[in-house]
Ligand binder design. Sequence first.
Ligand SMILES: C[S@@+](CC[C@H](N)C(=O)[O-])C[C@H]1O[C@@H](n2cnc3c(N)ncnc32)[C@H](O)[C@@H]1O
Ligand SMILES: [Zn+2]
Length: 321
Amino acid sequence: MESSITLQFLAEVPLRQFCWELLKGQDDMLKCKIHSEQNHNAWCEDCQQLIVNVTINHRVAKKFPPSLNYRKAFVKWILNKVESIENDVCEDLYYCYVQLLSETNAEFYYKSHHIPSSEEFIVMQESRNIISGGTTGLVSWKGGMLLAEWMLFNKELFSGTFLLELGSGCGFTGLVVLKGTDVSHYTFTDCHQTVLSLLKQNIDVNQISSERYTIAEHVWGKLDDCRDFMPDYVLAADVVFDPDLVSDLVISIACFMNQSKQKTVFMAITERNPQTYKCFLHELDAHKLKYRDLDTSKVPRLFYYDKNEHIHLLKVKAATS
Ligand SMILES: C[S@@+](CC[C@H](N)C(=O)[O-])C[C@H]1O[C@@H](n2cnc3c(N)ncnc32)[C@H](O)[C@@H]1O
Ligand SMILES: [Zn+2]
């Protein structure tokens, strides 16, 4: 079993939210009695060494390293804690820090997310610039994470199905679903070339068999791009963010929904701007689509993301069905 420190480190949980509390009781990795029973983090040298082993030197971090800034901040944070109470610093921790100082920043880095049911990691290559190259698709958004959690929780519904996702971005939801459920086929769509090529790299890194997925370019509102697809269900996450795109987005939702066998779209939407969300619901009404907010309170939260903003999980259907 992986340590909770490893899981948080690989997912780049911000240090201010990092939960060392979990060490107590859950993490039996700490060697010494003081640091496994007490909950303060002025670690002894043995414990520092173990922390290095399960983070910077973990096999996944070696192959798919988190961003250089994150790794530096992580090591510096521990150094500061240890030095502030004048404990000895373990040699390996210094060595790591010096190594990190000589590394140069790359545009892309990795975040790895653990799926407990399959004991697998989903490895996501992402870009440092949240909105880079004119797209929002080079990082994973929390709507995509909630949608993935909800789908794992309801995996029987998707067993053997064909799914199509609008605005897949770099692919988090689809990769979790392909790894963690037995869907037959997943079609990823997006409009942006850099996003589509990052998506392909992420699919390859996670070793998804080519028979199980399709990548298609689709620009919302361009109905010619929709013709060939007949999924069972349609999915989308965090695609409601720009009021100027809402109208075209709903045209695509209506079109794919009509072609889908279950005439159903599942969407996760982080409500950042209530006006934009309202405008989206209004557009669904105008297309005679009905929608319902699904209860997500019982969905196990498997991934690390900020849960303060409300994320709607909407089930959208044609008003007549
Ligand atoms: C905020 S990101 C969400 C990505 C992913 N679903 C997630 O949850 O991480 C929105 C995605 O929609 C795509 N997108 C934006 N405008 C689009 C359009 N007009 N047609 C198709 N895709 C679009 C972007 O390229 C980006 O990948
Ligand atoms: Zn200790």
